[in-house]
Design a protein around this ligand. Structure first.
Ligand SMILES: Cc1ncc(COP(=O)(O)O)c(C=O)c1O
Length: 394
């Protein structure tokens, strides 16, 4: 039997402008593997010790105690859990969701790929906005290769905070469009303003397009939930994750919120691609949902870390700009350098520091990097000092 060798495009690390996002992402992990003892300001997740005993519930996950169950359940997930998420979403948006609006998925990324699989046809036209999250951008390209369709990538003119304007986006929304965006944006941590998002949604609804909102990083630094009734549209598909909001990255837990008819389509497709619903940790998740002070507590810690890091960035002369995030714990920085972000990333690695280069988010013109600032204060200060020195020496 003859074997086939798959020839994947390789990336010349200097040529990040034309590199394809999938191979760029793999190269990123390969580069990191070469420097295993680097300090981690890159993809890192917060250390649970920052949150002390408040994260007791997480032990149920980590140690897999009685709150886990070996079982099967219907593909959209346990009804009680779906109901509980619908109530959480009602509180966050003001929309009267029910269990029929919710499907449990194994992480936001599987939620996103499932939705794409269900919506993409040969004539589908996907619209994305830079900066975009590499794993979403890669999935979009994979699905277009498999199922056909076209892609438009919009690069906002605003190079300070990357905010999209209606003039830039509305002309691309047609009847066969599927627009996707991360809200809040990762890496900038900024939300699309309500008036812009509501107009985009209204336009999608008018022409019969869909909009996928990846809200995986939606843990605002100031938790005051505004009414978001404009999200209540049959063309809006929201994807949420427990990775950031409850610090459960790695457990692959998330949920989709959409019109009941879409939820039915997604869950039917899911049962014949993935089988039963993912992780049966319903009681453990419910424990999180029944600890209402947990999310405000996590958000407050993120706020303090972002404040501390922002102050230090404002003192570093090699950082020409940085974006104050409204959510989560990443900060996107522009570096004073004629090198591109990939080269800066490689040079920082060689100096023992791991960050995420902006080119992974499709920001390829200027040298931006993303820094994770959720570490214990003393560690964070130490790491940021090392980063500043390394940037000054570039
Ligand atoms: C925008 C965005 N989408 C998806 C994910 C991944 O979510 P999950 O771990 O639930 O798949 C992340 C993780 O950081 C993210 O920032």
């Amino acid at each position: 039997m003859s074997s086939t060798i798959l020839h994947l495009p390789t990336v010349d690390s200097e040529d990040t402008k034309n590199a394809n996002i999938q191979s760029l992402f793999l190269n990123y992990w390969k580069a990191i593997e070469e420097y295993p003892s680097c300090i981690d300001l890159g993809m890192g997740m917060p250390s649970p010790s920052i949150f002390g005993s408040e994260l007791e519930a997480q032990n149920e996950f980590v140690e897999g105690r009685q709150l886990w169950q070996a079982n099967y359940q219907q593909q959209a997930g346990d009804r009680n859990l779906r109901e509980a998420f619908s109530q959480l979403e009602k509180q966050r948006t003001g929309i009267s969701y029910t269990a029929e609006n919710v499907m449990i998925v194994s992480g936001a990324l599987r939620g996103f790929s499932l939705v794409l699989d269900c919506l993409t046809r040969k004539k589908t036209h996907i619209v994305e906005i830079v900066p975009t999250y590499p794993l979403l951008a890669g999935q979009v390209r994979n699905v277009l290769e498999r199922l056909g369709g076209t892609l438009t990538t919009i690069i906002p003119k605003d190079t300070k905070t990357f905010q999209i304007t209606l003039d830039e986006v509305l002309p691309h929304i047609k009847s066969d469009s599927v627009i996707y965006l991360t809200n809040p944006n990762n890496p900038t941590g900024i939300y699309v303003p309500d008036n812009v998002l509501s107009k985009i949604i209204a336009t999608c609804e008018e022409v019969g397009a869909y909009i996928i909102l990846d809200e995986a990083c939606d843990i605002p630094l100031n938790l005051n939930y505004n009414q978001k009734n404009y999200l209540d549209s049959p063309v809006v598909i929201r994807i949420l994750s427990l990775s950031k909001t409850y610090l459960l990255a790695g457990f692959r837990l998330g949920y989709i919120v959409a019109h009941p008819q879409l939820i039915e389509t997604f869950s039917n497709t899911y049962s014949f691609s993935d089988g039963n619903a993912p992780l049966i940790a319903n009681k453990a998740i419910m424990k999180y949902l029944n600890t209402p002070h947990l999310m405000p507590f996590i958000s407050q810690i993120f706020r303090n870390k972002v404040k501390l890091a922002s102050y230090r960035f404002s003192k570093c002369s090699s950082i020409t700009e940085f974006i104050e995030p409204e959510a989560c714990f990443y900060i996107f920085l522009k570096i004073k350098s004629s090198k591109n972000s990939w080269l800066i990333f490689k040079e920082l690695l060689a100096q023992g520091i791991n960050v995420v280069p902006g080119c992974l988010f499709s920001v390829r013109e200027d040298p931006w990097i993303r820094v994770c600032c959720c570490h214990e204060d003393d560690i964070l200060i130490d790491h940021l000092d090392k980063l500043s020195k390394a940037l000054d020496a570039l």
